[in-house]
Structures are given as C-alpha cells and as structure tokens.
Design a protein around this ligand. Structure first.
Ligand code: SAH
Length: 457
C-alpha cells in the first residue's frame, strides 16, 4: 500500500483551488460537496499568504511551471497539496469515488492504473444501491438508543446486522423511511427482550460453530458463504495451512486463533480443539473453524461436528474446494478423462493403519487417477507401494506444491522417479504443502511445469 486512505473533514474549512479550467472547477465542486469554503486563486500563484491557514490546496493550472510554483507556495504555507495529473507534486492523491451521501467508497491504484480505478468504480456503482446513504442515516438515528438499550456487544452486533440486511434495510432502500423506522423500533424492542430473558435465565444463549473449508489457498476460491462467515465470526480457529491472504478477509475485530501444527512445532491436540470449540459456542460466540481445502476431506471436521453435537450445540458445515480439485485445475490436469481415466481417488500417503496397504493394488489399476495428500515425507514409500501393487514405473506423476497460491510449482516425471521429484521438507526449508497426482492424466500438466530437482540442486 503506497498511500494510506483517510477521510478528511472539510466542513466549513477553507480550501484553495488554483487554476481556471474544467479540472479546477471539478475539484472546487468536489470540495464544496464536502462542505468546504472554496477560494479560487486565478493569479499570484506564488503568494504564500494566499494559502496560509487553508485545510488543503488543489492545483490545476494546466501549466507545468505554474503548477510547480503553486505547489511550492502551498507547501511553504504548510498546506497539503494535490496537483491534478502530477503525482510527483502531490502530498495526497484523489481517489475514484462512489458517493452515497455519508457512505463513500474511495478507490486508489496509487496512480499506477487510473483506468483500473475507473472500472472498479463502475462495478461498485452498479452493485451499491442508490439509497445506501439513507440507510446509513437511519442507522445513525438509532445509534444512541441501541447503545443505551442493548448492553452486550454480540447482541448489538446481531441487531445491527439485522437492521442493515433485513426488512428495515429493504424498506429504506425502496424509499419507505417511515416503514423502515417502524420495523427498526420493533427489532430493537425484540432484541431488548431477548437480552433481558437471557439475563434472567442467568445464561447466555449458545452461539454457533461453522466448520468452514477455506479452499486450497487462493482467496478468490473461498465460497461466498465462507467469505460471509469470515465477516460475522467472533473468533476464527484456523489451521496453519490457511494463508494470511485468506485470514485478511476476516472481520477486523475477529479473534484469530492458530490451532494448527506444522512439522514438529507444538500444536493443539484434536481433543483440545474440540473442547475450545465447545467452550466458545457455549459462551455465545459465533465461531468459525477454518480449515484448508474441504473440512470433510482429510480435515477431521467430522470429529469436531460430533463433539459439538454431543454437547448439544449448533454446528453447520461449509464445504470448500479440496486441494485435489484446486491443484488439478491450476496445473491443467483433468482428474478424469474420457480416454485416460474413469475414476479418481483421494488418498492419504500416511500409514496410520497398516491394513490400508491392502487397498493399494486396486488404486494402482490403469485408468485410475490418484490424488495423494500428505505425501511430502512419504514419496519413497508411495512409490514403493504402487510399484509393488503392479503399477508401471513409467506411469506419469505430477507434484503440485502450494497449489493455487502465487508461489505454486508444478513438476512432472515418471512414477519411478517419484522419490527424487519430491524433495523432503527438511531439505526445502519452509516448504509449502504438496499434492501428488498419479495417473496418465498427470502427463497433461500445463507445459509450464518444471522439475523441482533442477531448482533443488
Ligand atoms: N482438508 C484439506 C486437506 C488437509 S490435509 C483439503 O481438503 O484440501 C493436508 C494436505 O492437503 C497437505 O499435506 C497437502 O497434501 C494437501 N494440500 C492442502 N492445500 C494444498 C495446496 N495449496 N497445494 C498442494 N497441496 C495441498
């Protein structure tokens, strides 16, 4: 981020606008719409006293020398200055603006791509209702009452959400301010009674746990519901595999708790995680248990659901894009293929239970794709098990590291070389997760694929 976005209170402040053209006129109009007293300066740009005491100066003379002179004078008077189309002379830059009265969206590309800012603005214009400002005004008119009548922050937050998303909002956006006000009074009353009931029973009503899949790492691959829940959560208990780019989508006040483990570092046990979920939901929190990929694919989400059900607490599951699907898409590998593969199996490389080895002959069959999870330290044994089960050493394999993330790497080769293709984490420093895809389809990996070996040597 090159510029910090701030919203400047110009109400009744003096703003100097330098220049005569349409650009200067637009800046003057904009400053007036924010309540500023605009003073147009059309000569004597170098007069420092003309700027003294102003809140800001906008310069648009259309002439490079005159612009520089005005900017210098404004700065000598300690007035922050914006020069149209001359970023090098600016103390602050003007964003593209979506204006809905009190609700304002400002978009900046730091001057890098003004057209991109314009396009984003058009998109936001299209989706933000015209009467959004009226909704904000209505909410403002209830702030004091809600603050006085509803004591608990979570109750307040629930009420505000109902107000800005529910029937009251629909009415105000449709132009019925009086109807909206009536609905809001009803909602406020109901919320107050709910809170009093809870206080009388001496217990907070339980919250809810959402067991949520975060997908393979690209934040754009979150489901809409996952993104919404990240905005509603009081607390987010997340695995280490969930990248910062996704955690950044969380509500600013949400408590982030890292419960994951990676290679050797201390971690919470599953029982501790289950207990923490139960404790927080009992205390009334909306808890998101955020897991890489899908919570029910090698995610132990099932155990968490059981623990919450046993405690009689509400729990819901939100699916996510599992690593196999994310990695396959991004590496260009169709997991099934009319000619090459008619079945696909998601399988873990770990041998938690020796008996599982008996299944490998079926997995090694031709025309069958394997998506192998947790194989980073098991490559040699995966290779051994597949060859022993009758797979050909020439069967194509693809290894996708950090699938769907900016640092994704794909390498390909024959099954016989698998142990060499997968560099163990201990030799790779802070290595990312890897997925191994075995089967004829692996040969279709995008041409960009490069062997990990070359880079490791
Ligand atoms: N529930 C998760 C799997 C968790 S097990 C899911 O549905 O994807 C952890 C394993 O997932 C890792 O060892 C790795 O094999 C795989 N994995 C998760 N994210 C990955 C990614 N971005 N790229 C490659 N493999 C990934």
């Amino acid at each position: 981020m090159r510029h910090l976005p701030l919203f400047f209170d110009l109400q009744d402040r003096r703003v100097v606008v330098v220049g005569q053209g349409p650009a200067a006129a637009r800046r003057a109009a904009l400053a007036r719409s924010a309540g500023a007293e605009v003073e147009r300066l059309e000569a004597g740009f170098d007069d420092v006293e003309a700027y003294r005491g102003a809140a800001a100066a906008f310069v648009a003379t259309g002439d490079a020398d005159a612009d520089a002179t005005a900017a210098r004078a404004a700065r000598s008077a300690a007035v922050p200055v914006n020069v149209v189309d001359r970023p090098a002379l600016c103390d602050f830059i003007m964003p593209a603006i979506v204006d809905r009265d009190d609700v304002v969206v400002a978009i900046s590309t730091g001057g890098a791509a003004p057209v991109l800012a314009t396009v984003l603005r058009q998109r936001l214009e299209a989706i933000l209702p015209e009467r959004l400002g009226a909704l904000a005004r209505l909410a403002k008119s209830f702030r004091a009452q809600v603050g006085a009548l509803i004591a608990e922050p979570p109750h307040r937050r629930t009420l505000w959400r109902r107000l800005v998303e529910g029937p009251a909002a629909q009415l105000v956006l449709a132009g019925d301010d009086a109807g909206a006000r009536r609905v809001m009074l009803g909602e406020l009353d109901a919320a107050r009674r709910r809170e009093q009931d809870a206080a009388r029973r001496g217990a907070t009503p339980p919250g809810i746990a959402h067991i949520v899949g975060a997908g393979p790492g690209d934040p754009d691959l979150l489901t809409l519901r996952a993104a919404q829940l990240l905005q509603e959560a009081d607390a987010i208990l997340h695995d280490d595999l969930v990248p910062p780019a996704i955690l950044a989508r969380a509500r600013r006040d949400a408590e982030l708790v890292a419960v994951g483990k990676r290679n050797g570092r201390v971690r919470w046990t599953q029982a501790e995680i289950d207990a923490e979920l139960v404790r927080r939901v009992r205390a009334g929190q909306t808890v998101v248990r955020l897991k890489a990929g899908d919570p029910f694919v090698f995610g132990r989400g099932g155990e968490e659901v059981e623990a919450l059900r046993r405690a009689g607490l509400p729990v819901a599951v939100v699916p996510g894009i599992t690593a196999a699907l994310g990695c396959a898409a991004s590496a260009g590998i169709p997991l099934t293929h009319r000619r090459l593969a008619s079945a696909v199996t998601f399988v873990t490389a770990r041998r938690a239970d020796g008996r599982q080895d008996e299944r490998w002959p079926a997995l090694a069959a031709e025309g069958h794709t394997l998506a192998i999870y947790m194989g980073a330290t098991e490559a040699a044994s995966v290779r051994h098990r597949l060859l022993a089960a009758g797979a050909s050493p020439s069967t194509p394999v693809a290894i996708v590291e950090n699938g769907t993330r900016p640092d994704e790497r794909v390498s390909t080769g024959p099954l016989g070389d698998l142990a060499r293709l997968v560099v163990p984490p201990t030799f790779r420093g802070d290595a990312g997760p890897i997925l191994i895809i075995v089967g004829e389809v692996a040969a279709l990996a995008a041409a960009a694929a490069q062997p990990l070996l070359a880079e490791a040597s």
